[in-house]
Design a protein around this ligand. Structure first.
Ligand code: HEM
Length: 470
């Protein structure tokens, strides 16, 4: 790396990245609602990070926070049929994601999951690696045009590259010319939709207008229209004799059929799942990468190690990087531990239950927060510190399956997990082969929860061209 930009020496001690300090006193009802709207990740109290389970009444009704691996396994696996997506979550997500997999329930979810599983099978995901690498390389070429020391908006770059990868693998760049407009509409949708309306918290009826929903509506309309056009065009192509039809996710969606019933997806389901894949897979992966780069900029030794590993991988095919670049994978996993892109998972109990000896009443909400679990005092040593080596083999094998849940767990675990991990490793390794990153002096970011956990303000860093000597 360019010597004047990138410090050659690693800090000797682990780095404690920015995070809101846990509260030491419970908030009043009004205070809780205001804090929840402002930044949900800042509402947690120290007790949440110390106890395996917490129980109480909040402005949102009775709520139980489950943070022990045993309790998480109970809710997400052993007694999963008793827990459905809760009302508040559906109210926030459903207007945009419709009948897609993320918001489906019961039998329709089961059928959709069976139908969509082949789209995310390892072989299929591997067929997308070429597109992931091409888009990553295009980003590097773009960035290399800037001289060392240039200030780059990393949040925007990661949003752009993950969006390009997703649209390319979804519909082979069929968004023609409007990709940026498409991306901006989605970001606007998330920004407005991601702020929880006090009316939703209070379970006010749907007909009372929510300001945020009102603002998100044009973005939702834009999407639905665009996605409809893309589907219609593809159907036309499939019906054209002799036409070359790309084997992307759109074609796979149109061909998909439930292996049990043989029934395919309706037009509305194809559209809803396209929007769902963008909604669930875009900001999440972009934030995972942005936080990873932030942590690497703060920890030059780790940055140098990743850069070396990436350059040494010259003779390894990108499809094998995920399993052969342990340090690259470890920093991404440690970034997702500290800043889980989906920081809160929630469910509603259908019937009375008991978790770790605590009664869960039917209708009450259970919160499983990857953010809390990943920083729990009883599950991790130095939980608030950046220590990627915990994810290097063989230490990684010691991590409880239910203590590290960036992709959730059980039957509703993220269907795009393998896609996201291949993508993150390929983007990061391709970048680190050619470039280094440094935080401008005196600047930092804090985590802000807007459905996903993003850096605030947007992350800007100084670019350094790599030189082979490091
Ligand atoms: C770093 C990136 C990602 C993270 C951290 C992430 C996280 C998650 C989590 C935590 C869940 C479970 C939600 C719950 O239990 O309530 C989930 C579900 C889901 N994710 Fe991801 N995700 C990522 C990338 C992706 C990608 C790339 C796609 C698709 C292209 C995707 C599609 C989905 C879908 C469709 C579901 C719903 C699955 C179901 O309910 O059956 N995700 N994701």
């Amino acid at each position: 790396m360019s010597a004047e930009i990138l410090p050659a020496q690693a800090p000797a001690r682990p780095y404690r990245p920015p995070a809101p300090l846990p509260r030491t006193k419970p908030l009043s009802t009004l205070g809780f609602m205001a804090a929840l709207r402002e930044n949900p990740v800042a509402t947690w109290g120290i007790w949440n990070f110390e106890k395996p389970i917490t129980n109480g009444r909040t402005a949102l009704g009775p709520m139980t926070g489950v943070s022990s691996p045993e309790g998480i396994r109970h809710v997400m696996v052993d007694n999963v049929s008793n827990y459905v997506k809760d009302r508040l979550q559906l109210r926030v997500l459903k207007p945009g994601l419709g009948t897609g997999l993320l918001t489906a329930e019961g039998e329709s979810w089961k059928a959709a999951r069976r139908t969509l599983a082949p789209l995310f099978a390892p072989r299929t995901v591997e067929s997308f690696v070429g597109a992931m690498q091409a888009k990553s390389q295009a980003m590097v070429t773009r960035l290399l045009a800037f001289p060392t020391g240039t200030r780059i908006n990393i949040s925007d770059e990661m949003t752009r590259v993950t969006f390009e990868i997703l649209t390319d693998t979804l519909f082979s760049d069929a968004v023609d010319g409007t990709s940026q407009e498409f991306g901006q509409a989605f970001t606007r949708y998330f920004e407005n939709q991601g702020k929880i309306s006090p009316l939703d918290m209070l379970n006010a009826p749907d007909w009372i207008p929510r300001f945020n929903r009102f603002r998100a509506q044009p973005a939702i309309n834009f999407f639905e229209e665009k996605v409809k056009q893309i589907i219609a065009r593809r159907r036309g192509l499939i019906a054209t004799p002799g036409a070359v039809v790309p084997r992307d996710i759109l074609t796979l969606l149109l061909e998909a059929a439930d292996p049990e019933t043989g029934i395919g997806l309706s037009e509305a389901e194809v559209g809803a799942n396209i929007v769902t894949f963008i909604g669930a897979g875009h900001e999440t992966t972009a934030n995972a990468l942005t936080w990873t780069l932030f942590l690497l900029a703060k920890h030059p030794a780790a940055q140098t190690a990743v850069a070396r590993e990436a350059r040494d991988a010259e003779n390894i095919a990108p499809v094998d990087w995920l399993d052969n670049l342990p340090m690259t994978r470890a920093v991404i996993e440690e970034a997702m531990r500290l800043y889980p892109p989906a920081p809160t998972l929630s469910r509603m109990a259908l019937a009375d239950d008991e978790v770790l000896g605590v009664r869960i009443a039917a209708g009450s909400t259970v919160i499983i927060s990857p953010y809390v679990v990943h920083r729990h005092r009883t599950l991790w040593s130095e939980p608030d510190y950046f220590r990627p080596e915990r994810f290097l083999p063989p230490a990684r094998d010691q991590i409880d399956r239910y203590a590290f849940i960036p992709f959730g767990a059980g039957p509703r675990v993220c269907i795009g997990q393998r896609f996201a991990m291949h993508e993150a490793v390929i983007v990061l390794a391709t970048l680190m082969r050619h470039l280094g990153f440094v935080m401008p002096k005196g600047e930092s970011v804090t985590p802000l929860q807007r459905i996903t956990l993003r850096p605030s303000p947007k992350l800007e860093m100084l670019l350094a061209h790599a030189d082979a000597s490091t």
